[in-house]
Design a protein around this ligand. Structure first.
Ligand code: BTN
Length: 330
């Protein structure tokens, strides 16, 4: 899908953002973007009305002084470095679950790469029917529609692809993140992000996959319910400093597209290697809770389908789905 043309307002914003702390003259903006000076002024006013602080100084021009902490296309699209992913962005101030909305859109024909993103969720869902804590304007809650050419049996690989991408985006943001099998992203041994993958398929063909991700960005300790306070963390808690959510969203989308493309072109091999390099599970003693059994042993590897291989006293067991607890602190 081709990227939609950017509105002039977004282009003015991107131009100002690129100049950073520098002033840019109205003339430079109008020449570069082919707009009249009056049009540039009108766009600057519209951006101010949308919450952007833009200084205007005679003879020097305009300077972007502050951006609103919001996740609309206006904030995210100028930061994106993708061909498809996030170019169509459905933004909600509040929604039940971005994954529920993305599934509806997928059924209605949404294209590969369309994203639903919300400032808050009232019914955020985690794996195994758990709730996902989704307080307003603190974190990232988004769901991506993918249309991979994959047999359904290989769709679980995309869960590892997504956790890899989010781990990389968090590392770029200065968080020492790692992945706990299959798709929990941890920092300092606590959960900082989670991925939920859902799909619709026929026996031989995937119609769509919705990858839903929750990333704890600026959540404070008190934003988590008491029972999660020792288990959950955020970029703010790890770095001691708030992070711009739009920047992190754009980094997640860019990393996700890079890894999804690599998976489509080269298969699971490179994903498996990259996942192993970021794993905090392999080599650790683990307890695995599957639907019908519990295992204890050492997590040895993931196989070429992404299943976890656990060495137990009875031999190596292959785990396709389950919850993993890391037993001994390293
Ligand atoms: C997990 O670790 O249990 C997965 C959590 C996934 C949460 C995200 S938040 C955005 C999207 N919408 C949902 O309802 N769930 C996912």
């Amino acid at each position: 899908m081709a990227a939609e043309p950017q509105a002039s307002e977004e282009l003015v914003l991107a131009f100002l953002a690129e100049a950073g702390d520098e002033f840019v003259s109205g003339e430079a903006i109008s020449d570069k973007l082919g707009l009249t000076r009056a049009a540039v002024w009108k766009h600057v006013e519209a951006l101010r009305a949308a919450g952007y602080r833009i200084d205007a100084v005679p003879a020097r021009g305009y300077r972007l002084a502050a951006v609103p902490d919001r996740l609309t296309p206006l904030e995210i699209r100028p930061l994106l470095n993708t061909h498809d992913l996030g170019q169509t962005l459905h933004w909600y101030e509040e929604i039940g679950s971005t994954s529920d909305r993305a599934k509806e859109l997928a059924e209605e024909g949404a294209e590969h790469g369309e994203v639903v993103i919300a400032e808050a969720q009232t019914a955020g869902r985690g794996r195994r029917g758990r709730a996902w804590v989704s307080p307003p304007r603190r974190n990232l809650y988004f769901s991506v529609v993918l249309r991979p050419e994959l047999p359904p049996a290989r769709a679980p690989e995309l869960t590892l692809v997504a956790s890899l991408a989010i781990c990389d985006a968090l590392r770029q943001a200065g968080v020492a993140a790692g992945i706990k099998w299959p798709n929990d992203v941890l920092a300092s041994g606590r959960k900082i992000a989670g991925v939920l993958t859902e799909l619709a398929a026929e026996p031989d063909r995937v119609h769509w996959v919705v990858v839903g991700a929750g990333v704890n960005v600026n959540a404070r300790r008190e934003d988590f319910p008491e029972e999660l306070r020792d288990e959950a963390t955020s970029v703010l808690l790890e770095r001691g400093q708030a992070a711009p959510r739009a920047l992190l969203a754009a980094a997640c989308f860019t990393a996700l597209e890079d890894w999804v493309d690599r998976h489509a072109e080269e298969g699971f091999g490179p994903i498996r290697d990259a996942w192993r390099a970021r794993s905090v599970t392999l080599g650790r003693e683990v307890r695995v809770q599957e639907a019908a059994r519990e295992l204890r042993g050492v997590a040895e590897d993931i196989d070429d389908a992404g299943a976890l291989l656990v060495r137990t006293p009875a031999g190596v067991e292959r785990v396709l789905a389950g919850d993993v607890a890391l037993l001994r602190p390293r």
